[in-house]
Write a new protein. Structure first.
Length: 360
């Protein structure tokens, strides 16, 4: 069978989790520009590149050239699907998935798509026109779908890589050099990093480092603010992220759906700083609100985030162990079972079982 999706690591890691749980050979169709080629190849999965245009909701001259790239992506996907002849296509979303899903429909190949965010993005809204089923993160997501497509929805939650469930906190602390007695803060800005969060953390380090060990994923090309003790900066975590996240007492993060699902799997309390509406469609703000409303996270929007307030909130949470334990327990309740009442098992395994039944 075939998988598609990409543009960010958040569209790739959940798909790889499903592929791992499925336990059969797959090929992955993705763009030549996103991170999916590198991440999929590292997982030992066959990868096929296609051109893909970015989907925008606003007027831009680049929309013209990107429409042409999307059409080229459909044609390239048709060639791949006719040559490889998969029985089924699973889409993990992102703009790169649209050409492959449309091509599967044109080739008569059934497909499903999965939406990680609380409310569906533009790619999912296009894909569900061509797909048999749309798998969604939580029950409320169904209400955001166009009424005529809600019958296609299955609530599964967000798939998480099996490695996250095998994480070892002691190994994570050894990796970053943090002893077992010092509270550990993990800061994540997404797979590409966050200039805003990097600046906020750099300005807050003098207030944090006397009492907290700070582990900071900067993103590619970013430069660490200091080489001080109790500070571990890195451009990007690979598989060691599972252990490092397990070791953290508190996680500061953007509010991408994949990261939130991993926080839930590891029962981690978090302070979320979602992308602002000026840099996104507002999906991270809505994702963060779900976790905040259920007591799993605190939310600090960019407009209200300054170094003094940030340091005060972090140190206040770190000092309140009972509150962090409660937040972690509430995060876990949003994870296993896929947020679906009575749903058994982990989301990746649930989705894999659904696909197996579809292919039987």
């Amino acid at each position: 069978m075939a998988f598609t999706g990409g543009g960010t690591a958040g569209h790739v890691f959940p798909g790889l989790a499903v592929a791992e749980a499925l336990g059969r050979r797959i090929l992955w169709i993705g763009s030549s520009e996103g991170p999916e080629g590198r991440l999929v190849a590292a997982a030992g999965v066959d990868f096929r590149r296609i051109p893909a245009g970015k989907l925008r909701r606003y007027l831009s001259l680049r929309n013209v050239s990107d429409v042409a790239r999307t059409i080229a992506g459909v044609l390239a996907s048709i060639r791949i699907l006719r040559r490889e002849r998969p029985a089924f296509l699973f889409s993990k979303g992102g703009f790169v998935s649209v050409p492959a899903v449309a091509a599967a429909w044109l080739c008569g190949i059934p497909s499903w798509t999965h939406e990680s965010d609380f409310d569906p993005g533009l790619a999912t809204r296009i894909n569900l026109r061509f797909c048999e089923k749309v798998l969604v993160s939580c029950p409320e997501t169904v209400g955001y779908l166009p009424a005529r497509y809600r019958g296609k929805a299955i609530v599964t939650g967000n798939p998480v890589r099996a490695i996250m469930y095998r994480a070892d906190a002691a190994r994570g602390r050894r990796f970053v050099g943090c002893d077992g007695a010092t509270p550990m803060l993990l800061v994540l800005g997404g797979s590409q990093g966050s200039t805003f969060i990097n600046g906020l953390v750099a300005s807050s380090l003098p207030s944090l480092l006397p009492s907290v060990f700070v582990v900071h994923q900067l993103g590619p090309g970013a430069v660490a603010a200091t080489s001080a003790a109790r500070y571990f900066p890195t451009p990007f975590f690979g598989e060691e992220l599972a252990d490092v996240m397990a070791a953290a007492d508190l996680v500061v993060s953007r509010a991408g759906a994949n990261t939130l699902a991993e926080l839930a799997a590891l029962a981690k309390p978090s302070l979320l700083i979602p992308l602002s509406r000026s840099g996104s469609r507002g999906d991270q703000i809505r994702n963060a609100r779900v976790y905040a409303d259920r007591g799993a996270s605190l939310v600090m929007e960019e407009a209200a985030a300054d170094p003094v307030r940030f340091a005060a909130v972090v140190t206040g949470l770190i000092a309140d162990r009972a509150r962090m334990r409660e937040m972690g327990a509430r995060a876990r309740s949003l994870g296993e079972g896929g947020n679906a009442p009575g749903a058994p098992g982990r989301p990746a395994e649930m989705i894999a079982a659904l696909i197996r039944r579809r292919l039987a």
